[in-house]
Design a protein. Structure first.
Lengths: 97, 291
């Protein structure tokens, strides 16, 4: 298991948290919570080691369009990048519902 | 079947199996009455999995909810079959046991509180070994105390089913509700084949597996109390029915003489056909109408 952390600049305050997904084979769990400071913090635990660059690419793309000040925790059981992107978008949708 | 060439009920049903553990638990309560206890944001997770390089889940695959069913207090504990096969670890076991113990305390204070456990599980989580075994033992003790006060209803809907030590916990329940897709048994097919060979149990023969472990067979032989379709309103209705029914006069697991005699009467020197077995135990099953 590998732990990876990233920080992104953020502007917008959030009011609601969201939990989506499951730590099942090929899937992941996302916990998204409002953060106090103007930064988005991502903490990843993944069962597949050695894919830091891939995670960075997926999150760079996600945060290119998202400016919420959030703490995101990801518990991953080998999800594909496409699946990660969809779960992140789902978490945002639930938090803004 | 309608003349349109498809079964409209099948097409329009709201599948229960397709729901995750949290959605399943929520679906059983009276609308708007449920709240989750120790949810994912409380982050009470397994400390043992990360040490072994396994990613933990924030709720340890165990969802605990409190609310009302038919207007009466109830607790629902649901295992998430997609996380580590719904296995019981130290944390998930403790969550389930603590929920039942609190329900028991409420009953003793004069607040009738039923419990529903949703079991999609292979039993003990092997990474947590003895702690998982201990958790199941504690859970079974808690079921035995609670079921004196209020019904403990076990629901196994599939597709994981309920195996290993948790099948023993299920055996202590006041009522067992199953779907046709669910399976219930002590040793799973792979385990039996591994230990006794393919002549004993061909674990690739799915028809055979469901003929033995499947909900239809379990219900027909009196080892489950209700057989429901994979349909959320139907599942919730069965749970409401058993909550209203209350504690059964005699629990299945207390009928030691009945089951001892039944098992002794079986000739184990030959291989039994599931249909033949069903005919035998279904006949005896009329005894269980008294339950």
């Amino acid at each position: 298991m590998e732990q990876i952390e990233f920080n992104y600049p953020a502007k917008r305050k959030l009011h609601k948290r969201a939990h989506v997904g499951v730590v099942g084979s090929g899937d992941l769990e996302v916990l998204l919570e409002p953060a106090e400071d103007e930064v988005a913090h991502v903490f990843i635990r993944t069962s597949v080691d050695g894919f830091r660059d891939t995670w960075k690419a997926v999150l760079d793309r996600f945060f290119a369009n998202y400016d919420g000040a959030v703490r995101i925790q990801i518990n991953d059981a080998g999800a594909t990048p496409g699946n990660v992107q969809l779960r992140l978008e789902q978490a945002v949708e639930v938090s803004e519902r | 079947m309608s003349n349109k060439g498809y079964n409209a009920n099948f097409i329009n049903r709201q599948s229960f199996i397709e729901l995750d553990a949290r959605e399943r638990a929520t679906a059983l309560f009276d609308a708007g009455t449920s709240r989750e206890l120790l949810g994912p944001f409380d982050r009470v997770e397994s400390p043992w999995l990360p040490m072994q390089g396994v990613t933990p889940q924030a709720d340890d695959g165990c969802v605990v909810m409190k609310g009302k069913i038919t207007g009466q207090a109830a607790v629902v504990v649901a295992l998430e079959g997609a996380f580590q096969g719904g296995s019981m670890g130290e944390v998930s076991g403790e969550k389930m046991t603590a929920a039942l113990d609190l329900a028991c305390a409420d009953n003793e204070k004069g607040i009738p509180t039923s419990a529903v456990i949703l079991l999609e599980t292979g039993g003990v989580r092997l990474q947590e070994a003895n702690l998982g075994l201990a958790a199941i033992a504690e859970l079974m003790a808690s079921i035995l105390v609670l079921r004196k006060h209020a019904p403990v209803i076990c629901l196994t809907a599939g597709t994981v089913g309920c195996f290993g030590g948790m099948s023993l916990a299920a055996g202590l329940a006041s009522y067992i509700v199953m779907t046709r897709e669910a399976r219930l048994g002590m040793n799973g097919p792979e385990v039996i084949e591994q230990e006794n060979g393919v002549e004993e149990f061909d674990s690739s023969d799915r028809a055979l597996i469901w003929a033995i472990h499947g909900g239809d067979q379990r219900y027909a032989t009196g080892l489950a109390d209700a057989l429901v379709d994979d349909d959320t309103p139907q599942v919730a209705d069965a749970i409401r029915r058993f909550v209203s029914k209350g504690v059964p006069p005699v629990h299945r697991s207390s009928q030691v003489a009945l089951y001892r005699n039944r098992i002794e009467a079986l000739d184990s020197s030959r291989q039994w056909d599931p249909k033949e077995f069903r005919a035998l135990w279904a006949t005896n099953g009329s005894n269980e109408e008294k339950r």
